[in-house]
Design a binder for this molecule. Structure first.
Ligand code: UT7
Length: 312
């Protein structure tokens, strides 16, 4: 039994905030943001669009693209650190809105690594033949946690949702290997403070990310019995172009084989990998039987990677 992706969806808010817009709000420059992070603009969801709205739209599209009905879904896993409220969970809110009457539902908290954690959790239920169809959503309304007076974090983040349906796929395709990890000693480098705002030690997170993204990518290839030469596409967590570039160079991949959406959306945390995957598949850059590496890191600290062969 192999678990793989059979449907994709996403939701990107309409409201674009460019670096030039931020120049007017705080002591920063387009030049600083672009050269230090690769970000040119990000989307910020309006007041009425909360995390569950974004999750719902992405989930609906993923179920439709899998040619399923909502009541075919057995489990809903929503990776987020910005739920509408602590309970009911975002997964329960969208279970009701989708009409996924048979589904169990839970949220999962692993910050920017959340989507990878969700995919790996789904894989276990599929491969043990417990469930047939699992909806995994990575969604974040990080704008709720942004301190607009703190330029070192305010320029980095954006809102979005990505969703996939995980089901059994043909032999040789789907998730080939994975790695998950955590290091709570690094928790103080990236956290939500008592005022519900993001606090980050950017340099420490940067060093950790560069090291871990490269290591985990190589580890999942090794576990799958593959080498760097076998990789067709790298989908790194879109936090900072310099971190992404470091992992691409570690895999010795040409630039066109790495997904890049950070310039358009900023860091969307748990949504960044699924929205990037969505764009690469829709644009035809990812083809059936391509070997993909998806790799992420985030608060916790946490990290995770997956090697997968694309296709049903
Ligand atoms: O999903 C996980 C989320 N976290 C991350 O991915 C963060 C990883 N870290 C990073 O991406 C980078 O560390 C940052 C982009 C956050 C910062 O880049 P950096 O090259 O590490 O810059 P820095 O923190 O060392 O700051 C350099 C200078 C400082 O000024 P001084 O002290 O050298 O005079 C900052 O005050 O840049 C200043 N600075 C800014 N200047 C203009 C910090 N933020 C800004 C800003 N605009 N927005």
């Amino acid at each position: 039994m192999n678990a793989g992706i059979i449907g994709l969806g996403r939701y990107i808010p309409d409201n674009v905030i460019t670096n030039i817009d931020l120049e007017k709000k705080m002591d920063t420059t387009d030049e600083w943001i672009k050269t230090r992070t690769g970000i040119e603009e990000r989307r910020i969801a309006s007041e009425e669009i909360d995390t569950s709205h974004m999750a719902y739209y992405a989930a609906k599209e993923a179920i439709e693209s899998a040619n399923l009905q909502a009541d075919d879904i057995d489990l809903i896993l929503v990776a987020t650190v910005t739920p509408d409220q602590s309970f009911p969970s975002v997964s329960c809110v969208i279970q009701e809105r989708l009409g996924a009457t048979k589904a169990a539902a839970m949220d999962l908290s692993a910050a920017c690594s959340g989507f990878i954690y969700g995919m790996v959790t789904a894989k276990q239920f599929i491969e043990t033949n417990t469930y047939k169809h699992i909806l995994v959503v990575g969604v974040e309304k990080l704008s709720k946690l942004i301190d607009w007076n703190e330029r070192s974090t305010a320029v980095l983040f954006g809102d979005a949702a990505g969703a996939v349906v995980i089901s059994q796929v043909s032999e040789g395709r789907g998730i080939l290997s994975f790695e998950l990890g955590s290091d709570g000693t690094g928790g103080p480098h990236l956290y939500e403070n008592e005022r519900k705002k993001i606090i980050m030690n950017g340099r420490e997170v940067f060093k950790f990310a560069v090291r871990q993204m490269g290591e985990s990518s190589l580890n999942v290839l090794h576990k799958a019995g593959l080498t760097k030469e076998d990789v067709n596409f790298l989908i790194p967590h879109q936090a900072n172009i310099r971190i992404m570039e470091a992992s691409r160079q570690r895999l010795e991949l040409p630039i066109e084989k790495m997904s890049k959406t950070v310039h358009k959306y900023g860091n969307t945390s748990a949504a960044s990998i699924p929205i990037s995957l969505y764009e690469e598949v829709k644009s035809g850059k990812i083809q059936v039987d391509d070997v993909l590496v998806m790799v992420g890191f985030g608060g916790g600290l946490t990290w995770g990677a997956i090697a997968m062969k694309w296709g049903k």
